[in-house]
Write a protein that binds this ligand. Structure first.
Ligand code: NDP
Length: 446
């Protein structure tokens, strides 16, 4: 089996060796899915995984815009349309200076498995730009979004490809892009998710990824007769996913003691209660400030410049910032300090060696494609409400989200149970693979 995996990876590597994040995602999937394929006659010999890791289409385009000083700026825009076997392409847009094809292909590949796990009819895509909204005025962000959409609108649509937000793309950016799409196409349609409530958005969409990550952690803990109640939690990031993960932890009576951004980590031994979390939400969403400003407001807390939260003693760790933000050493420190559960809110935040440490120590570990699937699941529900021209209540959406996260957890158990340990990574990969593979086989070699 090792040889089959090695040959497969070296074949993919020939074309993609310059894309480290993409290769990392391919390896992680191949190691668990190829043994399953080999054991099943229906999948074996069909080159099915080789087909799945190759995007159906990659679009790359120039985005010109004029800044507040009248200077012309040039950025690069992308959309990776990865797989449409089970539905139209669906996945977020990321605006961050680090965005490149390797990162978007890894995200798009993860999205294939994630969307399949939700059981909703969504294919997978991902896109974005190396544009950095940080430090830009609203006018600059608007002009960039309009220019970006002027090109992207040709390739997307409510039955073709439905983008959403990701790092650097929140309600403001979705609004500007939706406005431009509507103007160009002359139609009001559910082409983006994460829209504002008064113009087609769904209740609970902003909360969904963070809430879902915590629901998944609670499912894992319940499975071993434990609970999140009373646990101490550290969270990386202070953006959309991190904020609502923290909110759900508080609602379930856990104590959140740390959050972060790319400049460092705050530690509040007294706990970040709802008033303090509200301060962080205002700071990040309205003032677009930095996390260290928390310490000026709450002097009992500490700011660790350029540090991640993983050195802080906790029961539960929720990495909710970005890829490869938790390494092997961090994993060892977390375990030494008593951490029993890691639920990924971000995509691929734990490096492969860190995941091995979690598995060797048999702690509860959920890969993002399972634990952060709540966001895209509620995006799927937003699409359904747009089609119905109807809005479900907050309670209805939240209860559907809870149910979906429970079902994803069950799928992981079905395919990931190993004697006395649940390998959630393997369970998520195999469960996600089956639905897409079956659809691809049924649709022929296209
Ligand atoms: P936001 O832009 O709202 O927040 C991102 C947070 O992560 C910020 O606190 C940011 O800090 C921090 N961050 C970003 N890049 C880095 C970096 N290189 N090093 C350290 N910190 C960093 O994004 P989201 O909360 O939407 O997304 C966070 C993660 O969750 C991503 O991995 C995304 O792919 C994933 N995800 C998001 C979903 C969604 O619905 N939004 C759905 C599923 C997954 P700073 O402000 O300093 O940049």
């Amino acid at each position: 089996m090792k040889k089959i995996i090695k040959n497969f990876i070296s074949e993919i590597d020939k074309k993609n060796s310059h894309e480290p994040e993409f290769m990392q995602a391919v390896k992680e999937i191949a190691e668990t899915v190829l043994p399953y394929i080999v054991s099943k006659d229906i999948y074996h010999g069909k080159n099915i995984l080789m087909r799945m890791v190759e995007p159906e289409r990659v679009l790359m385009f120039r985005v010109n815009w004029v800044d507040d000083n009248g200077e012309i700026q040039v950025n690069r825009g992308y959309r990776v349309q990865m797989n449409s076997a089970i539905g139209p392409y669906k996945g977020g847009l990321r605006f961050h200076p680090t965005v490149n094809l390797s990162i978007l292909k890894f995200l798009a590949l993860e999205q294939v498995f994630k969307n399949s796990l939700t059981t909703l009819p969504m294919g997978a895509g991902k896109g974005g730009s190396d544009f950095d909204p940080k430090g830009k005025s609203d006018g600059e962000v608007m002009r960039f979004c309009q220019s970006f959409m002027t090109e992207l609108h040709r390739y997307i649509g409510p039955n073709t490809d439905i983008p959403a937000g990701d790092i650097g793309v929140g309600g403001r950016e979705i609004g500007y892009m939706f406005g431009q799409y509507k103007k160009l196409k002359k139609e009001f349609t559910g082409v983006l998710t994460g829209k504002g409530l008064s113009w087609g958005g769904s209740l609970i969409r902003p909360e969904a990824t963070g809430y879902g990550t915590v629901y998944f952690a609670e499912n894992m803990l319940n499975h071993v007769s434990n609970t999140i109640k009373g646990k101490t939690v550290v969270i990386s990031g202070s953006g959309n996913v991190a904020q609502y993960a923290a909110e759900k932890c508080l609602q379930l009576s856990a104590k959140v003691i740390s959050m972060s951004d790319s400049s460092g980590t705050i530690y509040d031994k007294d706990g970040i209660d709802s008033e303090k979390l509200n301060f962080i939400m205002n700071l990040k969403n309205l003032k677009r400030g930095r996390i260290h400003e928390y310490v000026d407001q709450y002097p009992n807390s500490i700011f660790f410049k350029d540090k991640t939260p993983w050195g802080i003693s906790c029961d539960i760790a929720l990495p909710c910032a970005t890829q490869n933000e938790l390494n092997e050493n961090d994993a060892k420190i977390l375990i030494k300090n008593g951490c029993i559960c890691v639920s990924e809110g971000a995509n691929m935040p734990c490096e492969p060696d860190a995941i091995n440490v979690f598995k060797l120590n048999k702690i509860l570990y959920a890969p993002g494609k399972a634990s952060n699937a709540g966001g895209v699941a509620v995006s799927g529900l937003e699409m359904a409400q747009n089609s119905l021209r109807y809005s479900w209540s907050r309670e209805e959406v939240d209860s559907k989200l809870k149910e979906i996260m429970k079902d994803i957890h069950s799928s992981c158990l079905t395919h990931g149970q190993e004697k006395d340990y649940v390998n959630y990574e393997k369970g998520a990969n195999i469960a996600g693979f089956i639905k897409v593979a079956d659809a691809m086989l049924a649709q022929g070699v296209v």
